[in-house]
Design a protein around this ligand. Structure first.
Ligand SMILES: Nc1ncnc2c1ncn2[C@@H]1O[C@H](COP(=O)(O)OP(=O)(O)OP(=O)(O)O)[C@@H](O)[C@H]1O
Length: 261
């Protein structure tokens, strides 16, 4: 690989007269841990879906794991990318057993449609559920889980296939304070593990940025407002421009906080 896990140049997405993304240049390297921060409708999920090889841009070029989007079979590429998002998880039938949902990711499927899973697959699925604090949910039906429980299972599933790029779309959305802090801690452990894949996490809240994340991409109205090392982009000026209101930004013990002034 040339060092980039993901590279976008001049990426734009248009739907009718709406510009969902405009002129996005972005590069993610293997050791990077990125957060994408921006208000509702900024284009974060659209950008993530391109990174997940789920959506083709209208303009620009995209390289994922050294393959050019548009010139590669996306069905070969997608199993190398972990993607935890509401859009994926909403397709899971309520009756799906949690352990089966996680294990089926080893072949890039949703639902346990293949039957030839071996003991190592089962062991890995159980270990991942334990790593994300969901070991006790393995035998439950997905439809019976709470929002926070679903998030944990979703992340365990997204790492099952040992991806080279892991994309997490708002993993802390809908969690209570204890659940959020627990998840931030687990994501921080993931971020600081040198064996982890390149990480990209989307959030609306700077308080949810786990320690160990290294870079930030700030988005507003489909454009990049700032991109680079976290300490360079998490400034009051750039975040105020991103959210369209004057903000005060503080850092304490590797966590970030923002409030209106
Ligand atoms: N097919 C479409 N036609 C027109 N506009 C669209 C279409 N699909 C998405 N949009 C708009 O594109 C914008 C970006 O959507 P996207 O889901 O990427 O934003 P987001 O930053 O993830 O938002 P949120 O934080 O609310 O999840 C939104 O304003 C959305 O309404």
């Amino acid at each position: 690989m040339n060092g980039h896990v993901l590279r976008m140049d001049g990426v734009g997405v248009r739907r009718g007269s709406a510009e969902l993304l405009r002129d996005v240049d972005w590069a993610v390297e293997a050791e990077d841990r990125w957060v994408i921060v921006g208000p509702n409708g900024a284009g974060k999920t659209t950008l993530l879906r391109i990174a997940a090889a789920q959506l083709f841009p209208t303009r620009g070029t995209v390289e994922i794991l050294d393959e050019r989007l548009g010139a590669v079979d996306v069905f070969e590429l997608r199993p190398l990318i972990g993607f935890a998002s509401a859009a994926v998880i909403n397709q899971v039938p309520d009756s799906e057993k949690v352990a089966d949902l996680v294990i089926s990711a080893s072949y890039g499927f949703l639902g346990r449609w293949r039957e030839e899973y071996g003991a190592p697959d089962h062991d890995r699925a159980r270990a991942l559920l334990a790593q994300w604090g969901a070991a006790h949910l393995a035998e439950r039906r997905f439809g019976t889980l709470s929002e926070g429980e679903r998030k944990r299972v979703q992340i365990a599933r997204s790492v099952m296939a040992d991806p080279e790029l892991l994309l997490l779309d708002e993993p802390a959305a809908g969690l209570d304070l204890g659940g959020r802090e627990d998840l931030v801690g687990r994501l921080s452990a993931l971020a600081t593990d040198a064996d982890s894949p390149a990480l990209v996490l989307v959030t609306h809240h700077v308080e949810e940025i786990p320690p160990g994340f290294t870079h930030g991409l700030l988005m507003r109205e489909g454009r990049v407002i700032g991109a680079g090392p976290l300490e360079r982009v998490m400034t009051a000026d750039l975040l105020s421009e991103t959210f369209g209101l004057p903000l005060k930004v503080e850092r304490d013990d590797d966590r970030w906080y923002a409030r209106a002034v």
